[in-house]
Design a protein around this ligand. Structure first.
Ligand SMILES: Nc1ncnc2c1ncn2[C@@H]1O[C@H](COP(=O)(O)OP(=O)(O)OP(=O)(O)O)[C@@H](O)[C@H]1O
Length: 619
């Protein structure tokens, strides 16, 4: 019942062989090389950016040179020709226009490249995550995956739109400024280059402070975000236990920590910029002094001094810009490594190779299921199912009951191949589930979860799961069949009612009815139902019973039951305890045996549910 898994591979999905453990520290160089491979398809655009930057900067740098010509060749010679001055003025204006036009083009192109790279990256990442096995989601909290998908990809976008462009543009600018200065006067230019070590020294001195303050501010911000996310999802608990004031106090504390660190970061950054500015001003003063002496000695022309003063300012600007990218570069490293770690993980549940794959036609599947000596562990060494044997006939209705943690959900998770068995095998109609492509398997095995997941969208979309080939009429007919029609018609917009996140506008029972309708529409040959533990009112419970009766008709059905009434009429009831099947039989034979099931039954008659901790009877 899952959507088909796309086969297109992401550019950075494949780490070199031997590097796919996923848990070992990511290799930064390899990660960056992979990231740059995303830029490869845009190489011509990058060339256009480079060309535009070159033109814009050259036009910028020519302007002081034109003024220098006007001063030295026209104004100070006393033989100035108006025509030449007008031409110089016009060229100056033209240069300003060229600088504007190509500067604009370069910025637009670079944003375009950056955004398309990141859109592609986000898509690949989402595809990669959706292809992962359930064990991956056990290891990666949803919150951190959301951060990967949103802010990590955004940081990488900044790498292309800010860091890379700064390296190109400011690097070019620096080279051209130095070239212009040397062409004007090698001595003054050499003097300016002496400032380089000072500039580098200041950058190094500030770098540590900048990085630390940046990291501290980021970590305080992520604490604020995590706290808000946690609180929003637990809001009902907060209100039920009157925790609002305490939570507000904790939030205020985190918020003020973030404020303090942000202000510190800004102070460090401003201090750094001002220091640079001051250094720039000192350099100008020195140039005026040294250059002024040279002009008085007639060693250089006045226009040269004028142009030099301009260039020395432009000399500091790119260096300042490039050092400012340091923080972004640092966070890009962190983000790339984090994404690389995700991309390096191969799904643990593997698709069968073309030779092994068996693709039974869903309609021809009879629905016989065999668990042969199945052992399974989520964590190595801690088996939750132990050499379990279970053979189910086509069309059989199986009820599964047992203590909490007995392994009921694990059993059905293995049948749907969310995880792979550690030992033994699971067959459907004699075919090992490992040999069925997952698309086919999920068309054969339909699942109604304890907490059915509803997408934000309309009711109709949720029933047909966005599949266009299923008509509205078919979806409505399915809802009628499972008895959900009346309930849906009571909603504001009927079948077009838009559900909020996870279907929070509906009750647990209503959500289950909708997922029954999905089963009717998608027609899997095997149905797994993890019954909702929520206490349903007797009317909804009756509706669910009837719906279950309808959807189990002609299908092999496995129901993990929390209410006895759901499975009392099952063909067979499996009683599980500590990863083993303790008893099995019909309701009547199990009661006769006076074993664990009879004990559970007596307990449920007193008003308890069927699963409880380690077999201890608690109401
Ligand atoms: N994702 C997981 N990672 C690690 N251990 C898990 C995971 N899911 C379940 N377990 C453990 O496996 C054992 C069996 O769990 P399972 O969910 O199959 O029990 P269950 O019989 O369905 O229980 P319940 O009736 O409470 O749903 C439990 O000890 C549980 O703690």
């Amino acid at each position: 019942m899952s959507d088909p898994k796309p086969t297109q591979t992401p550019i950075i999905a494949k780490p070199s062989s031997g590097d796919n453990s996923g848990n070992r520290p990511a290799n930064r160089t390899a990660a960056f090389r992979a990231l740059l491979s995303y830029a490869k398809p845009h190489r011509w655009m990058f060339a256009a950016v480079f060309g535009s930057a070159l033109l814009a900067i050259s036009a910028d740098l020519l302007q002081p040179y034109l003024v220098k010509i006007a001063i030295d060749d026209e104004l100070l010679t006393g033989e100035h020709e108006m025509r030449k001055l007008i031409i110089l003025g016009a060229v100056y204006l033209l240069m300003a226009v060229v600088s504007f036009a190509f500067g604009y083009l370069q910025s637009v192109l670079v944003q375009r490249i950056g955004q398309s790279i990141v859109a592609r990256l986000r898509e690949d990442l989402f595809r990669h995550i959706t292809n992962q096995s359930m064990s991956f989601f056990d290891r990666h909290p949803i919150g951190s995956l959301v951060t990967n998908e949103s802010s990590d990809t955004e940081t990488i976008s900044q790498f292309f739109t800010q860091v890379l462009i700064s390296l190109v543009r400011d690097g070019l600018m620096l080279i051209l400024v130095v070239a212009f200065m040397f062409s004007l006067d090698a001595r003054l230019a050499a003097f300016c280059l002496l400032l380089f070590p000072v500039i580098i020294g200041i950058a190094i001195a500030f770098r540590r402070a900048l990085r630390q303050s940046y990291q501290r501010a980021r970590s305080q911000l992520s604490r604020v975000i995590a706290f808000v996310a946690e609180n929003l999802s637990g809001m009902s608990l907060t209100q039920a236990f009157r925790q609002e004031q305490e939570q507000r106090r904790r939030f205020a504390e985190k918020n003020s920590n973030y404020l303090r660190e942000s202000l510190r970061e800004i102070r460090t950054s401003v201090m750094f910029n001002r220091t640079y500015d001051t250094l720039g001003n000192i350099a100008v003063a020195l140039v005026v002094w040294l250059g002024g002496l040279a002009v008085l000695d007639n060693a250089i022309a006045f226009g040269v001094l004028y142009a030099f003063i301009n260039y020395i300012r432009q000399f500091f600007q790119p260096i300042n810009q490039m050092t400012q990218q340091w923080n972004t570069l640092q966070s890009t490293f962190v983000s790339v490594e984090r994404l690389w770690r995700i991309f390096s993980q191969e799904p643990e549940v593997k698709e069968p190779s073309a030779d092994e794959a068996v693709r039974p036609a869903p309609a021809a599947v009879r629905g016989a299921i065999d668990f042969n000596g199945v052992s399974f562990a989520y964590i190595e060494g801690r088996d939750v199912l132990r050499e379990l044997d279970l053979h189910i006939q086509p069309g059989e209705f199986i009820g599964i009951v047992g203590t909490t943690g007995a392994g009921k959900s694990s059993l059905v998770n293995l049948l749907a191949r969310f995880y792979d068995v550690r030992a033994g095998n699971i067959m459907i109609d004699g075919i090992d589930v490992k040999r069925m492509p997952q698309d086919d398997l999920h068309r054969i095995v339909g699942l109604v979860q304890q907490e059915p997941f509803l997408y934000s969208g309309s009711i109709i979309d949720n029933v047909r799961l966005f599949r266009e080939e299923i008509t509205r009429e078919q979806a409505i007919e399915a809802c009628r069949l499972v008895g959900a029609h009346a309930m849906i018609m009571r909603l504001k917009d009927g079948y077009d009612t838009r559900l909020s996140e996870r279907g929070s506008g509906l009750s647990a029972g209503e959500r289950q009815l909708l997922s029954f309708a999905r089963i009717v529409v998608h027609q899997p040959r095997i149905l797994i139902l993890d019954e909702a533990t929520a206490n349903l009112d007797s009317h909804t419970e009756r509706l669910i019973q009837q719906a279950l009766h309808v959807v189990s008709e002609g299908r092999t059905t496995l129901v993990i039951a929390h209410r006895l009434s759901t499975i009392q009429h099952a063909d067979r009831i499996i009683v599980m305890r500590n990863g083993l099947i303790e008893e099995q039989g019909t309701h009547a034979t199990l009661l006769e045996d006076r074993g664990y099931y009879a004990e559970l039954y007596a307990h449920s008659r007193r008003g308890g549910t069927l699963s409880h901790a380690e077999g201890r009877l608690s109401v």
